[in-house]
Ligand binder design. Structure first.
Ligand code: ATP
Ligand code: MG
Length: 260
Protein backbone atom coordinates (compact mmCIF):
# COMPACT_ATOMS: atom_id res chain seq x y z
CA UNK A 1 0.00 0.00 0.00
CA UNK A 2 1.36 3.48 -0.79
CA UNK A 3 2.74 5.37 2.16
CA UNK A 4 0.68 8.35 3.27
CA UNK A 5 2.58 11.58 2.84
CA UNK A 6 3.46 13.59 5.91
CA UNK A 7 2.89 16.86 4.05
CA UNK A 8 -0.78 17.28 4.67
CA UNK A 9 -1.47 19.89 7.30
CA UNK A 10 -4.83 20.02 8.94
CA UNK A 11 -6.87 18.76 6.02
CA UNK A 12 -7.85 15.12 6.00
CA UNK A 13 -9.94 15.13 2.82
CA UNK A 14 -9.12 17.27 -0.23
CA UNK A 15 -11.47 16.84 -3.17
CA UNK A 16 -10.69 18.62 -6.42
CA UNK A 17 -12.59 18.64 -9.67
CA UNK A 18 -14.25 15.33 -8.80
CA UNK A 19 -16.67 13.93 -11.38
CA UNK A 20 -18.59 10.71 -11.72
CA UNK A 21 -20.53 9.51 -14.75
CA UNK A 22 -22.55 6.32 -14.76
CA UNK A 23 -22.96 4.57 -18.09
CA UNK A 24 -26.61 3.71 -18.47
CA UNK A 25 -27.44 2.63 -22.02
CA UNK A 26 -26.28 5.25 -24.53
CA UNK A 27 -26.60 8.28 -22.26
CA UNK A 28 -24.09 8.69 -19.44
CA UNK A 29 -25.59 10.01 -16.20
CA UNK A 30 -23.58 12.73 -14.50
CA UNK A 31 -23.86 12.04 -10.75
CA UNK A 32 -21.04 14.38 -9.66
CA UNK A 33 -19.97 17.39 -11.68
CA UNK A 34 -16.51 18.88 -10.92
CA UNK A 35 -16.88 19.06 -7.16
CA UNK A 36 -14.12 20.58 -4.97
CA UNK A 37 -13.83 21.03 -1.18
CA UNK A 38 -11.53 20.38 1.77
CA UNK A 39 -12.37 18.88 5.16
CA UNK A 40 -10.18 19.37 8.21
CA UNK A 41 -9.32 16.89 10.93
CA UNK A 42 -12.06 16.65 13.53
CA UNK A 43 -14.71 18.38 11.40
CA UNK A 44 -18.24 16.99 11.32
CA UNK A 45 -19.54 17.77 7.83
CA UNK A 46 -23.07 16.99 6.63
CA UNK A 47 -23.81 16.35 2.95
CA UNK A 48 -27.37 17.40 2.17
CA UNK A 49 -29.47 17.83 -0.95
CA UNK A 50 -32.45 16.31 -2.76
CA UNK A 51 -32.73 12.68 -3.80
CA UNK A 52 -30.45 11.90 -6.74
CA UNK A 53 -28.19 14.93 -6.13
CA UNK A 54 -25.04 12.76 -5.77
CA UNK A 55 -24.66 12.40 -1.99
CA UNK A 56 -24.17 8.63 -1.89
CA UNK A 57 -21.99 8.76 -5.00
CA UNK A 58 -19.70 11.25 -3.24
CA UNK A 59 -19.49 9.16 -0.05
CA UNK A 60 -18.85 5.99 -2.07
CA UNK A 61 -15.97 7.67 -3.93
CA UNK A 62 -14.38 8.95 -0.72
CA UNK A 63 -15.03 5.50 0.76
CA UNK A 64 -13.08 3.81 -2.04
CA UNK A 65 -16.16 1.77 -2.98
CA UNK A 66 -16.24 3.18 -6.50
CA UNK A 67 -13.77 4.83 -8.94
CA UNK A 68 -14.22 8.46 -10.09
CA UNK A 69 -14.50 9.42 -13.76
CA UNK A 70 -12.20 12.41 -13.18
CA UNK A 71 -10.56 14.56 -10.51
CA UNK A 72 -8.66 13.90 -7.29
CA UNK A 73 -9.52 12.55 -3.84
CA UNK A 74 -6.63 13.25 -1.50
CA UNK A 75 -6.93 11.50 1.82
CA UNK A 76 -4.21 12.47 4.28
CA UNK A 77 -2.15 13.74 1.35
CA UNK A 78 -2.51 10.64 -0.84
CA UNK A 79 -4.63 10.58 -4.03
CA UNK A 80 -6.84 7.51 -3.69
CA UNK A 81 -8.38 8.19 -7.13
CA UNK A 82 -5.25 6.50 -8.52
CA UNK A 83 -5.38 3.47 -6.21
CA UNK A 84 -5.82 -0.06 -7.52
CA UNK A 85 -8.70 -2.14 -6.11
CA UNK A 86 -6.21 -3.89 -3.81
CA UNK A 87 -4.93 -0.58 -2.43
CA UNK A 88 -8.52 0.63 -1.98
CA UNK A 89 -9.34 -2.46 0.09
CA UNK A 90 -6.39 -1.74 2.38
CA UNK A 91 -7.32 1.95 2.55
CA UNK A 92 -10.88 1.08 3.62
CA UNK A 93 -9.60 -1.35 6.21
CA UNK A 94 -7.04 1.00 7.76
CA UNK A 95 -8.49 4.47 7.43
CA UNK A 96 -12.27 4.27 7.27
CA UNK A 97 -15.35 3.11 9.06
CA UNK A 98 -18.92 3.18 7.73
CA UNK A 99 -22.36 3.50 9.27
CA UNK A 100 -25.26 2.80 6.90
CA UNK A 101 -29.02 3.23 7.00
CA UNK A 102 -29.73 -0.50 7.42
CA UNK A 103 -27.20 -1.12 10.23
CA UNK A 104 -25.62 -4.04 8.29
CA UNK A 105 -25.03 -6.12 11.40
CA UNK A 106 -24.52 -9.87 11.07
CA UNK A 107 -27.75 -11.41 12.43
CA UNK A 108 -26.15 -14.61 13.74
CA UNK A 109 -23.63 -12.73 15.89
CA UNK A 110 -24.31 -10.89 19.16
CA UNK A 111 -23.65 -7.16 19.52
CA UNK A 112 -20.30 -7.96 21.13
CA UNK A 113 -19.35 -10.44 18.37
CA UNK A 114 -20.34 -7.97 15.64
CA UNK A 115 -17.90 -5.40 17.05
CA UNK A 116 -15.21 -8.02 17.68
CA UNK A 117 -15.42 -9.36 14.12
CA UNK A 118 -14.44 -5.96 12.70
CA UNK A 119 -11.59 -5.63 15.18
CA UNK A 120 -10.22 -9.02 14.13
CA UNK A 121 -9.28 -7.42 10.79
CA UNK A 122 -6.88 -5.02 12.46
CA UNK A 123 -5.98 -6.58 15.83
CA UNK A 124 -4.50 -9.96 16.80
CA UNK A 125 -4.76 -10.09 20.57
CA UNK A 126 -8.08 -11.70 21.68
CA UNK A 127 -8.03 -10.02 25.07
CA UNK A 128 -7.45 -6.60 23.52
CA UNK A 129 -10.23 -7.19 20.97
CA UNK A 130 -12.67 -8.10 23.77
CA UNK A 131 -11.68 -5.04 25.80
CA UNK A 132 -12.01 -2.56 22.91
CA UNK A 133 -15.40 -4.04 21.93
CA UNK A 134 -16.73 -3.78 25.50
CA UNK A 135 -15.43 -0.22 25.91
CA UNK A 136 -17.13 0.94 22.70
CA UNK A 137 -20.43 -0.80 23.42
CA UNK A 138 -20.37 0.93 26.80
CA UNK A 139 -19.64 4.27 25.07
CA UNK A 140 -22.90 3.92 23.14
CA UNK A 141 -24.80 2.91 26.28
CA UNK A 142 -25.20 -0.80 25.49
CA UNK A 143 -23.12 -2.38 28.25
CA UNK A 144 -26.21 -4.33 29.36
CA UNK A 145 -27.10 -5.63 25.87
CA UNK A 146 -23.71 -6.85 24.61
CA UNK A 147 -24.74 -10.49 24.40
CA UNK A 148 -28.02 -9.89 22.58
CA UNK A 149 -28.50 -10.66 18.90
CA UNK A 150 -29.55 -7.85 16.51
CA UNK A 151 -33.08 -9.31 16.32
CA UNK A 152 -33.38 -8.78 20.09
CA UNK A 153 -32.48 -5.08 19.81
CA UNK A 154 -34.54 -2.06 18.75
CA UNK A 155 -33.63 -0.12 15.59
CA UNK A 156 -31.95 2.59 17.64
CA UNK A 157 -29.97 0.01 19.61
CA UNK A 158 -28.87 -1.73 16.41
CA UNK A 159 -27.63 1.56 15.03
CA UNK A 160 -25.74 2.12 18.31
CA UNK A 161 -24.00 -1.23 17.78
CA UNK A 162 -23.13 -0.09 14.24
CA UNK A 163 -21.68 3.16 15.66
CA UNK A 164 -19.70 1.22 18.30
CA UNK A 165 -18.40 -1.14 15.62
CA UNK A 166 -17.35 1.77 13.39
CA UNK A 167 -15.57 3.78 16.09
CA UNK A 168 -13.92 0.74 17.73
CA UNK A 169 -11.78 0.51 14.58
CA UNK A 170 -10.40 3.96 15.43
CA UNK A 171 -10.76 5.19 11.83
CA UNK A 172 -9.32 8.46 10.51
CA UNK A 173 -12.64 9.11 8.77
CA UNK A 174 -16.16 8.00 9.64
CA UNK A 175 -18.55 7.88 6.66
CA UNK A 176 -22.22 7.83 7.55
CA UNK A 177 -25.02 7.52 4.95
CA UNK A 178 -28.58 8.25 6.14
CA UNK A 179 -28.07 6.80 9.65
CA UNK A 180 -31.57 7.76 10.74
CA UNK A 181 -33.53 6.59 7.69
CA UNK A 182 -35.07 3.65 9.61
CA UNK A 183 -35.59 5.50 12.90
CA UNK A 184 -38.17 7.85 14.39
CA UNK A 185 -37.13 11.49 14.84
CA UNK A 186 -36.22 11.25 18.53
CA UNK A 187 -34.17 8.05 18.18
CA UNK A 188 -32.51 9.40 15.03
CA UNK A 189 -31.60 12.60 16.84
CA UNK A 190 -30.02 10.67 19.70
CA UNK A 191 -27.92 8.60 17.26
CA UNK A 192 -26.54 11.68 15.50
CA UNK A 193 -25.95 13.42 18.85
CA UNK A 194 -24.05 10.33 19.98
CA UNK A 195 -21.95 10.22 16.79
CA UNK A 196 -21.13 13.90 17.35
CA UNK A 197 -20.24 13.42 21.02
CA UNK A 198 -17.92 10.43 20.52
CA UNK A 199 -16.29 11.75 17.35
CA UNK A 200 -15.55 15.10 19.04
CA UNK A 201 -14.10 13.33 22.09
CA UNK A 202 -11.91 11.24 19.80
CA UNK A 203 -11.22 14.09 17.31
CA UNK A 204 -12.51 12.04 14.35
CA UNK A 205 -13.45 13.46 10.96
CA UNK A 206 -17.06 12.67 10.06
CA UNK A 207 -18.87 12.93 6.73
CA UNK A 208 -22.59 12.34 7.24
CA UNK A 209 -25.31 12.21 4.56
CA UNK A 210 -28.82 13.13 5.60
CA UNK A 211 -32.09 14.44 4.21
CA UNK A 212 -33.23 15.55 7.63
CA UNK A 213 -33.05 19.31 8.16
CA UNK A 214 -33.79 18.79 11.87
CA UNK A 215 -30.40 17.10 12.22
CA UNK A 216 -28.47 19.94 10.62
CA UNK A 217 -27.90 21.52 14.03
CA UNK A 218 -25.36 18.77 14.86
CA UNK A 219 -23.12 19.66 11.90
CA UNK A 220 -20.04 21.88 12.05
CA UNK A 221 -20.55 22.52 8.37
CA UNK A 222 -23.15 21.69 5.73
CA UNK A 223 -22.34 21.07 2.07
CA UNK A 224 -25.44 21.03 -0.13
CA UNK A 225 -25.47 19.27 -3.49
CA UNK A 226 -27.91 19.71 -6.33
CA UNK A 227 -27.63 17.81 -9.64
CA UNK A 228 -24.09 16.75 -8.78
CA UNK A 229 -22.84 20.27 -7.99
CA UNK A 230 -22.14 22.07 -4.70
CA UNK A 231 -24.72 24.81 -4.32
CA UNK A 232 -23.70 25.87 -0.81
CA UNK A 233 -20.98 25.17 1.75
CA UNK A 234 -21.76 26.81 5.08
CA UNK A 235 -20.47 26.71 8.62
CA UNK A 236 -23.07 26.03 11.29
CA UNK A 237 -22.43 28.56 14.01
CA UNK A 238 -25.15 26.95 16.20
CA UNK A 239 -23.35 23.57 16.50
CA UNK A 240 -23.09 22.32 20.08
CA UNK A 241 -19.57 23.02 21.32
CA UNK A 242 -17.89 19.80 22.35
CA UNK A 243 -14.16 20.20 22.24
CA UNK A 244 -11.91 17.12 22.14
CA UNK A 245 -11.05 15.92 25.64
CA UNK A 246 -7.83 17.78 26.54
CA UNK A 247 -4.77 15.70 27.29
CA UNK A 248 -4.14 15.46 31.05
CA UNK A 249 -1.71 18.08 32.33
CA UNK A 250 1.45 16.27 33.49
CA UNK A 251 2.01 16.50 37.23
CA UNK A 252 5.11 18.56 37.95
CA UNK A 253 7.37 16.39 40.07
CA UNK A 254 10.23 18.39 41.61
CA UNK A 255 13.59 17.04 40.53
CA UNK A 256 15.26 17.81 43.84
CA UNK A 257 13.37 16.70 46.90
CA UNK A 258 14.12 18.69 50.01
CA UNK A 259 14.40 16.05 52.76
CA UNK A 260 15.07 18.41 55.66
N1 ATP B 1 -25.04 2.50 -10.26
C1 ATP B 1 -25.65 3.49 -10.90
N2 ATP B 1 -25.93 3.41 -12.20
C2 ATP B 1 -26.54 4.42 -12.86
N3 ATP B 1 -26.91 5.59 -12.28
C3 ATP B 1 -26.67 5.71 -10.96
C4 ATP B 1 -26.05 4.67 -10.20
N4 ATP B 1 -25.94 5.10 -8.90
C5 ATP B 1 -26.49 6.33 -8.87
N5 ATP B 1 -26.92 6.70 -10.10
C6 ATP B 1 -27.53 7.99 -10.47
O1 ATP B 1 -26.66 9.03 -10.06
C7 ATP B 1 -27.36 10.12 -9.48
C8 ATP B 1 -26.90 10.37 -8.04
O2 ATP B 1 -27.26 9.24 -7.24
P1 ATP B 1 -26.95 9.15 -5.70
O3 ATP B 1 -27.30 7.76 -5.28
O4 ATP B 1 -25.57 9.61 -5.46
O5 ATP B 1 -27.99 10.22 -5.11
P2 ATP B 1 -28.33 10.59 -3.60
O6 ATP B 1 -28.16 12.07 -3.47
O7 ATP B 1 -27.58 9.72 -2.66
O8 ATP B 1 -29.90 10.25 -3.55
P3 ATP B 1 -30.80 9.69 -2.32
O9 ATP B 1 -31.05 10.86 -1.43
O10 ATP B 1 -32.07 9.25 -3.02
O11 ATP B 1 -30.09 8.57 -1.65
C9 ATP B 1 -28.83 9.74 -9.62
O12 ATP B 1 -29.34 10.31 -10.78
C10 ATP B 1 -28.81 8.23 -9.73
O13 ATP B 1 -29.92 7.75 -10.46
MG1 MG C 1 -28.19 8.23 -1.23
Amino acid sequence: MPQFSKHYQNSVIQISDLSKYYELGDTPICALDHVSFTIDKGEMVFIMGPSGSGKTTLVNLIGGIDHPSGGHIEILGEDIARYSDKDLTLYRKKRLAFVFQFYSLIPTLTARENVELTLELTHQNRKEIGKIAEEHLALVGLEHRMDNYPSQLSGGERQRVAVARALAKSPDILLVDEPTGQLDQKTGDSIVELIRKISKEQNKTVLLVTHDLELARYADRIITLRSGKIVSDELNTQAPVLAPTPAPVPVQVPLIVDRR
